[in-house]
Design a protein around this ligand. Structure first.
Ligand code: EPU
Length: 421
């Protein structure tokens, strides 16, 4: 049995939605906990299936895990560093953060190649080069990595690309290395700062998070602490786009507006009316006569690749031709074919697409090929004529907490149906 989301389009969104904790911070913070020798409590944990999968992995490692609503307590004091080779590793890409964390703590880790959304090739060579530079020997056999080191020794690491995953993973190992590690051309995403904040509370010595040079002074022990996760800027951005597409007056709460500057300026360029009040943004939906815009995805603080797919759905409603150029994942365009099934007119080119608008959308049977494609289809479904049925909903559940309930509260007509595979 699998699940399908059915949305009846044309219902206006109104009211307030509260953004959950950031998925891409959470999925790094949870593996980071194994570095501690005593319990860690994390608040604001989103209710998403990626968190469940990481919980399974923590339990396999003999950690005590207790999750109550959005509070997660993990006690890693009796951790057993067994190989991570179960199906839970395949469920998400971020299982690879156990590499850095377990290598850092035990100087040895065995883990299967991680899974995650298919967005084109997603190598982990920069992570591995970083671990090798710290002194790890790496072997790969039967889809499984073994990383071992006599000791990890701090060093200078230049990343050829400012990779989010590599920056975090190398930090997780380097916090327990001997001496100083400097990561040059480090990624600057807010989620990295959140992970550094957790590690610092655990006793790590890290400077420069949020800049392109991060310096880590290795320590002998890390201890438990409490931490609150930052709001999810991609979920917040998705709701901003949903409100622009289908809203009358929608208040999106628990936002750090600075994290969303590139999206907010694009939405303004399109003609979307918004107001920032404290940690909320109010979107006024009276103007549905949008301007076409051009977007180029870039590392933070540039336009987030994760919001490119949702924005494309809105751009089908803009007058004229918009362009989306993808510089992070050149093949992240599988949503376009699905949107075209609903009546969009999107042409694909190398690493980019042209969206010819404005096109009315009609309900259709479509497939969430990956997480943010799913978000794009939800947006399209909200404004389409008739009923849109989205299959492979598990992709959406990996990253959007309680999405059905949040949308229903705003006035969307949406339900889940179980179907035979
Ligand atoms: N890359 C390499 N070698 C590496 C690592 C990355 O070539 O060793 C390349 C990738 O193939 C890609 C680019 O560098 O072309 C960027 O990859 P990055 O490592 O920055 O991304 P990531 O850590 O795998 C995280 C998020 C993604 C988000 C990207 C970019 C998590 C768990 N995932 O992925 O989120 O798109 O950063 O911001 O944090 C999503 O939430 O839908 C999602 C895919």
């Amino acid at each position: 049995m699998s699940e399908v989301i059915a949305i009846e389009g044309g219902h206006k969104l109104n009211g307030t939605v509260v953004v959950s904790g950031a998925k891409n911070a959470t999925v790094a913070l949870i593996p980071a906990i194994v570095l501690a020798d005593s319990p860690v409590t994390v608040y604001g944990v989103p209710n998403i299936s990626d968190v469940d999968a990481l919980g399974v992995l923590l339990r396999e490692l003999n950690c005590e895990v207790d999750k109550n609503d959005d509070v997660l307590v993990v006690d890693p004091s009796n951790l057993k560093n067994i190989p991570l080779v179960s199906d839970a590793v395949d469920k998400l890409r971020a299982s690879y953060y156990f590499m850095g964390a377990l290598l850092g703590k035990y100087k040895r880790v065995k883990i299967k190649m991680p899974g995650g959304c298919y967005l084109g090739p997603r190598p982990i060579d920069l992570h591995l080069k970083g671990f090798e530079a710290l002194g790890a020997k790496i072997t790969y056999e039967d889809d499984t990595y073994l990383l071992e080191a006599e000791e990890l020794i701090g060093t200078q690491i230049y990343l050829d690309f400012a990779s989010v995953g590599a920056t975090i993973n190398i930090m997780l190992a380097a916090v327990r290395a001997k001496g100083k590690t400097v990561i040059e051309n480090a990624a600057k995403e807010p989620e990295i700062i959140d992970v550094v904040n957790l590690l610092t509370k655990m006793g790590a010595k890290i400077r420069g998070a949020g800049t392109d040079t991060i310096t880590i002074e290795g320590v002998e022990h890390l201890k438990g602490c409490t931490h609150e996760i930052i709001p999810d800027r991609i979920e917040a951005g998705t709701f901003l786009i949903m409100a622009a597409a289908a809203g009358e007056r929608v208040i999106i709460q628990n936002i750090i507006p600075q994290h969303l500057e590139s999206l907010i300026s694009k939405l303004k360029e399109m003609g979307v009316k918004m107001e920032n009040v404290g940690d909320s943004i109010i979107v006024y939906g009276d103007n549905k006569n949008f301007n076409a815009v051009d977007v180029r995805t870039q590392v933070y603080p540039g336009f987030a690749t994760d919001l490119q797919q949702p924005l494309t759905a809105l751009l089908t409603q803009a007058n004229g031709q918009s362009q989306v150029i993808e510089t992070i994942y050149p093949e992240r365009f599988r949503h376009c074919e699905q949107l075209n099934k609903m009546g969009a007119n999107i042409e694909l080119d190398e690493s980019m697409c042209y969206i010819n608008g404005k096109t009315p959308l009609k309900g259709a049977k479509v497939e969430a090929t990956d997480l943010r494609c799913g978000a794009a289809l939800l947006i399209a479904g909200l404004i389409a004529d008739g009923i849109t049925e989205i299959s492979n909903v598990y992709h959406i559940d990996r990253g959007y907490a309680n999405i059905d309930q949040k949308l229903i509260t705003l006035g969307a007509v949406i339900r889940r149906i179980k179907v035979d595979d």
